[in-house]
Design a protein around this ligand. Structure first.
Ligand code: PMP
Length: 301
């Protein structure tokens, strides 16, 4: 559960949360012309640390480039602002949301050359509530075609695709949706990546191409390979759900979440499976700085 923090950073200034505003005419609002990140802050024995900060900031700039944005701050300036925001808000465990948007007050869709880009960083304190394994629906909504957008960029507008799928899944009583790509293969869930554990503990996750390649997905791939699991980034067909031993979703906010059932059919015995359980424990230890080999993923603030 999240709770907004007292201070926000906007365009180089620290402001009280309620004073960070934008104009109702801005292009970012009207056309979804915005990019953002979701980043986690975790408490560790050595104080709080941001998890994979540089990777998130690199993706932020990649997303900005995809939308032709000229972000008026450097990566270092944004990382410094995040660290200072965390300190000002006295945070221990939290969620950080950098966002940049086309701020011109115009009805034109295309931003003019040199169009103004505003940048803000919001912070939320965050305690994970105890969650049950998720029930998911294979969505009738197709994951947006990679030729229609830059699927590897985290663009606000693209999230309408997730919203459609979530509205449909929630209407039918499911927690989340798994979207298929244009070939009919599994792409990803509304805001997380998908892994399937098959017989012999072979693990499959959809390859890059039609998914947002999550930073958590990359963390999970590293952990699984270090644990000597056989992992393939390859096409995952929906018929896999009929014989998968375990399915789990992963993302910055969700972390690692077991899936109890797909379209009402249970996965395994409907509870957290062995591989997912091992992975959750290692992930937890990594983000809380308990595994020295992975301290390079933490930025202490
Ligand atoms: N796919 C989608 C569509 C997402 O919104 C997210 C959340 N950012 C992810 C995957 C997982 O990405 P990450 O692990 O970088 O949070």
């Amino acid at each position: 559960m999240e709770k907004q923090s007292a201070w926000v950073w906007k365009n180089g200034e620290f402001l009280p949360f309620g004073e960070a505003k934008t104009h109702i005419m801005c292009q970012g609002l009207h056309y979804g012309a915005a990019i953002f990140e979701g980043i986690r802050l975790y408490s560790t024995a050595r104080g709080s640390a941001v998890f994979r900060l540089e990777d998130h900031i690199n993706r932020f700039f990649y997303s900005g480039k995809a939308l032709g944005m000229n972000i008026p701050f450097s990566g270092i300036e944004i990382m410094d602002a995040i660290a200072e925001l965390i300190r000002r808000n006295n945070m221990r465990d939290g969620y950080i949301r950098p966002i940049a948007w086309y701020a011109a007050e115009t009805l034109g869709v295309a931003p003019r050359k040199g169009a103004r880009v505003d940048v803000a960083i919001l912070a939320f304190s965050w305690k994970k509530k105890k969650e049950e394994a998720l029930s998911v629906k294979i969505s009738p909504i197709m994951r947006i075609h990679p030729a229609s957008t830059d699927v590897e960029a985290k663009l606000a507008g693209t999230y309408n695709n997730s919203l459609f799928a979530l509205l449909d899944a929630e209407r039918d009583g499911y927690d989340d949706a798994i979207l298929l790509d244009y070939r009919g293969n599994v792409a990803e869930a509304s805001s997380s990546n998908v892994f399937a554990v098959l017989g012999g503990e072979m693990i499959i996750t959809p390859p890059r191409g039609a998914i947002l390649p999550g930073i958590t997905r990359s963390t999970v791939l590293t952990i699984l390979r270090e644990c000597d699991y056989e992992v393939h980034e390859t096409g995952l067909m929906t018929n896999c759900f009929a014989f998968a031993k375990e399915i789990f979703l992963c993302g910055t906010a969700l972390e690692i979440m077991p899936v109890a059932g797909v379209n009402g059919e249970p996965i395994g015995d409907g509870r957290i499976g062995r591989v997912t359980d091992v992975l959750c424990k290692i992930y937890r230890a990594v983000v809380h700085g308990e595994i020295s080999e992975h301290l390079q993923w933490l930025t202490f603030v």
